[in-house]
Design a protein around this ligand. Sequence first.
Ligand code: SF4
Length: 326
Amino acid sequence: MHPFAYTRVSDTREALKAGSAGGRYLAGGTTLVDLMRETVERPGTLVDISGLPLRDILVTKEGGLRIGALVRMSEAAAHPAVRAAYPVVSRALELSASAQLRNMATIGGNIMQRTRCTYFRDVTADCNKREPGSGCAALHGVNRSHAILGTSGHCVATHPSDVAVAFAALEARVRLLGPDGERVVPFADFLLRPGSTPQREQAVRKGELITTIEIPALPRPLESGYLKVRDRQSYEFALTSAAVALHIRGGVIREAKVAAGGVGTVPWKLPAVERHLIGERPSDALWAAAAEKATEGARPLRHNRFKVALLKRTVERQLRIVGGTK
Ligand code: SF4
């Protein structure tokens, strides 16, 4: 680990000052400290923000949710308001990492976490994300776990977060506070596809701090859930996953929110699947036909062609779990 300075702040003003001066924010530390040990990350100064008052979960008067950036994953998963309104969020959190990590890691840190591409974490390998311009060892290396959607010739790494898939499906927003004030970024614009600059992963400006994740109110009743397919049943990242929320009234699907994980360079919203569902009556045939749309635009690599079929099955199965069998 490279030497670094450490400072602990007690209010947001102090945090922004230290962040604007180039300090890296540290909350749960479950990703950043790991990467520092592996010398992938070498921050000069760590700014410990874990004492900031960003640990509330609030229900808005419209019925949406505001989750403070420093709420622990386990706290959010167990919160009665989250469980009641958005089981898809609770379930995605429960299926993430290990119990110990969920007790440490924060919601803000979770969506800021970096890829699990093994070449990214191996400082001897070529990696454009870690070392811009050096190449991408995964393109012609072992790429079984890599992305099939949103890739570029510069990077094919997946985004590892589960709860980010739920946030993408629900069209959440990220509230940021920076030296120039506050702004709100739609989740769809928050995480960046690699393009030719894979080292840029989030739409966060220098010194900005995530304060809140906002989930908009959706019509009720709303059934939702998260399905994760992986090589082993715990403490493993998704090969494929599906976050689904459906509002069904009078036997007709009025709203559909669907996103996929484990397959995209960012959590992958599935608008073609949603469009196929809205206005239709639930049926097994409908779930299967909608799921066929999940892989539009997919560009599999040498070792991950299986993800095309697996993603369709994952989406179809989760649509059936949430929407029922007919
Ligand atoms: Fe690096 Fe992305 Fe290539 Fe992995 S896929 S080696 S993170 S550039």
